[in-house]
Design a protein around this ligand. Structure first.
Ligand code: FES
Length: 100
């Protein structure tokens, strides 16, 4: 969960601050099995808004989220988190199983 602050000003009244919780969207409730190549870097979407899941397409701009870089050390299939709730971002840790 991310918190953002909005400053609202009404004429002579003092600035009013309000915190709003922003959660990542959940593109899917399972991981993305994705082949990666050794020595390449990948940018995992953390906001859930990308149309190129599981990777960033720039849709996060202005959301407070930023992509998470993944450096592949070997060529293999990686399981990128699809629910955006993993504590081991960008990889799946099974947290999706707790989502209703
Ligand atoms: S898809 Fe997010 S923890 Fe498995």
């Amino acid at each position: 969960m991310r918190l953002i602050s909005l400053g609202l000003r009404y004429d002579d009244n003092p600035t009013i601050r309000k915190d709003i919780a922003m959660d990542a969207l959940i593109p899917q409730k399972s991981p993305y099995a994705t082949p990666v190549e050794a020595s390449k870097s990948y940018y995992w979407c953390s906001c859930g808004q990308s149309k190129a899941q599981p990777f960033c397409d720039g849709s996060h701009k202005g959301s407070g989220f930023t992509p998470v870089k993944f450096d592949a050390t070997e060529s293999k299939t990686v399981y990128f988190c699809g629910c955006k709730q993993s504590a081991n971002k960008p990889l799946c840790d099974g947290a999706h199983k707790a989502i209703a």
